[in-house]
Ligand binder design. Structure first.
Ligand SMILES: NC(=O)c1ccc[n+]([C@@H]2O[C@H](COP(=O)([O-])OP(=O)(O)OC[C@H]3O[C@@H](n4cnc5c(N)ncnc54)[C@H](O)[C@@H]3O)[C@@H](O)[C@H]2O)c1
Length: 382
């Protein structure tokens, strides 16, 4: 491996060297790195460390370019998502690794919405994939549950629903105020996420898909989910399809998570269900996610936010961000490297090499070092 400086693809690049190694197979992958705010800036360097260790072990060639988009940049010069960012990411990158967005100094969270939701919407990253996999039974808050009980994927629709920002206020700030937030559900949007969930199940040999909505109360938007679900599920007779209202789903996830293999739901419900799933699997700091448009540049980020309450203390768990790199490698077709990351994190958990969130004493950096060293030592096929 040798390090080389990359030419910045746009003037908003803050810094970063690219990494180059002779490839065993496949072309060089170009990855944009956006640490963002709060603990994003602490966990992403550890994720990058592990990314580099796995890429080198696997003989992969990776070029990293870091972008300074986030609260500091916004407070400095008003930039949220630069005007040319979406076209540039589309053109020049294979994947994006993001930390988290959100900073108490920006109470409106405008920068976070414009950067993160802007990327999800403008890159049309319609699949939010959030695996909930328990690596070690000691870390689930559920009684008498083991790794085999908590092992499912939540597919959250990622470009529509209540997150599109349509709505407004009337008589804001008065006692007569009206606030409207629209829930947008399109035939195309609902169909493609449900279909993706079934295709995922089919390709992985999984037997069960559960669609969750609130069609008993949301009789227009979620009636569309019901009708599309009935159509799509008929195309997959080999897969057991079920439906649960979101309130029941959340209760069932706690009561008996082993009934789920694939859950597919709307943007808001998926956001909530996947945080619950993350906790069942050990904690938010362990949860990875992918914002995916198959075949196009896609964005990978830990599920957690910027955690201002622990930012700057070096205690954030970087494992979610590290496992996110594994998801990104899988998306890039680098299965062995993805598995090596998975295996190293499992080993760290088994050995109790953990940060405070999981009852350990290691700092964020020490966890990253341990996982990277483990991969360097055992290699990607080890
Ligand atoms: N995708 C994102 O960028 C994203 C997601 C959620 C929240 N946010 C933003 O983050 C900010 C804080 O939001 P929040 O407090 O609701 O959610 P959060 O995920 O930042 O934190 C929730 C709780 O989990 C803990 N936690 C989160 N990640 C952890 C980690 N890696 N290690 C150890 N503990 C961890 C935090 O300390 C906190 O107690 C807000 O501005 C919010 O809008 C951003």
């Amino acid at each position: 491996m040798r390090l080389l400086a990359l030419t910045a693809p746009d003037p908003h690049v803050s810094f970063r060297d690219g990494m180059n190694a002779t490839t065993a197979s496949g072309a060089r992958k170009r990855i944009a790195v956006i640490p963002g705010d709060g603990i994003g800036k602490e966990v992403i360097p550890e994720a990058v460390k592990v990314l580099q260790a796995a890429a080198v072990s696997g003989g992969r060639e990776v070029a990293l370019t870091e972008f300074d988009w986030g609260a500091d940049r916004y407070l400095r010069d008003g930039t949220t998502l630069p005007a040319d960012a979406v076209a540039m990411l589309h053109r020049d990158f294979d994947a994006i690794l993001l930390g988290a967005m959100g900073d108490p100094r920006v109470p409106t969270n405008i920068h976070a919405a414009e950067i993160l939701l802007g990327l999800r919407f403008k890159l049309d990253l319609y699949v939010n994939a959030r695996p909930c996999v328990l690596f070690d039974e000691r870390f689930t808050p559920l009684k008498d549950r083991t790794e085999k009980d908590v092992n499912f994927m939540v597919f959250r629709e990622n470009t529509e629903g209540l997150y599109v920002g349509m709505g407004g206020n009337f008589k804001k700030g008065t006692s007569d105020e009206i606030a409207i937030q629209e829930d947008v559900n399109t035939r195309k949007g609902v169909e493609r996420i449900i279909r993706f969930a079934y295709e995922y199940a089919k390709q992985r040999g999984l037997r069960r898909v559960c669609m969750s909505d609130k069609s008993n109360a949301l009789t227009f938007g979620h009636d569309l989910w019901q009708r599309v679900f009935k159509e799509v599920r008929a195309e997959y007779p080999g897969i057991e399809s079920s439906h649960q209202y979101i309130d029941n789903l959340l209760m069932q996830m706690v009561r008996d998570p082993s009934q789920f293999q694939v859950i597919v739901t709307s943007n808001l419900f998926g956001d909530i269900a996947s945080d619950l799933g993350a906790q069942l699997a050990g904690g938010l700091g362990l949860a990875p996610s992918g914002n995916i448009h198959p075949g196009q540049v896609s964005l990978f980020e830990p599920v957690h936010g910027s955690a201002p309450n622990i930012a700057g203390k070096s205690i954030a768990n970087p494992m979610g961000a590290i496992l996110t790199v594994g998801m990104m490698f899988e998306f890039l077709g680098w299965q062995a490297e993805a598995q090596a990351i998975d295996k190293a994190v499992r080993a760290a958990l088994k050995e109790g090499t953990t940060p405070a969130e999981l009852g350990g004493t290691l700092t964020t950096r020490e966890v990253g070092d341990w996982v990277a060293n483990s991969i360097a030592k055992f290699g990607v096929a080890g």
